[in-house]
Ligand binder design. Structure first.
Ligand code: SAH
Length: 250
């Protein structure tokens, strides 16, 4: 098998947040495969490059298409948003390898890390991920809502800062409200909650509130929600979590 496949992430949006290693992989590619809006973020590099834009819902089909192209000898780059390994295409590629043509296991496959939304969102707000944290996707396309609630509960009981990806979509408008209701039973009402929209772009917007007051309607598909730990606090217009578990004021 002579082709190759590199899975990259565009970062949260601003071109400067795409890594040089990602740009180098993009410049070498004969074929780019990805969801249309992510491909649109990729600067035009060479005129002979083929762009295969697809609908966001068919990740496994897209992965198989990319693997078949690589197996035919093409230099393929699969483009995700943010980091390609965080709720994105890298895992879909390996799922396709596991269930697909055994020859795909011999392909030259590489993953380049990218700046994930959680990191860009945290940076907009200060340092809310300064202590231990976890990331949970609220999308129940690939897992049961009961699983999501169990993980939210465990994360709250363990006092992690919680970053919520996919907090809302048109198909799932009520889940974030349910998640807040669930967390209110465990965590203090004055826990800081951040809604960070379009982090790492010129339109970035941060709304800082509390768990008691948090309104799920603030979130859309481009929002990352961060729910603080018990030590997470505001200083001026920033929110941070001290590294010391007893809090910074000790
Ligand atoms: N692979 C991506 C995440 C894909 S899941 C990454 O690493 O960032 C898609 C979810 O990511 C969105 O629903 C939203 O919650 C979050 N997201 C992606 N880009 C964002 C941005 N610029 N600002 C805030 N949240 C973002």
């Amino acid at each position: 098998m002579s082709g190759s496949l590199v899975v990259v992430g565009t970062g949260p949006g601003r071109p400067e947040l795409m890594t040089p290693a990602t740009l180098a992989a993009l410049a070498k590619a004969t074929d780019l495969v990805g969801y249309g809006p992510y491909l649109d973020r990729v600067p035009a590099t060479r005129p002979d490059q083929c762009r295969h834009a697809s609908d966001n819902r068919v990740e496994l089909d897209r992965a198989r298409h990319a693997l078949a192209l690589a197996a035919s000898g093409r230099e393929v780059v699969v483009v995700s948003g943010g980091d390609p390994g965080v709720f994105a295409m890298a895992a879909a590629i390996f799922e396709a390898v596991e269930t697909g043509d055994p020859l795909w296991r011999t392909l030259d496959i590489r993953v380049e890390p990218g700046v994930t939304a959680m990191l860009a969102a945290a940076a907009e707000a200060g340092a809310p991920l300064g202590g231990d944290f976890c990331a949970i996707s609220l999308s129940d396309n690939l897992k049961a809502w009961a699983t999501i609630e169990r993980r939210l509960q465990a994360a709250a009981e363990a006092d992690f800062v919680i970053a919520l990806y996919n907090p809302a979509s048109k198909a799932r408008p009520h889940q974030l409200a349910q998640a807040f209701d669930h967390l209110r039973k465990i965590k203090a009402g004055d826990t800081p909650v951040l809604f960070v929209r379009a982090a790492g772009t010129a339109e970035a917007k941060v709304v800082t509130t509390t768990l008691a007051a948090a309104d799920a309607a603030q979130a859309d598909m481009r929002t990352l929600v961060i729910i603080g730990a018990s030590t997470t606090r505001q200083v001026g217009r920033w929110v941070y979590t001290p590294r010391n578990e007893r809090g910074a004021r000790s």
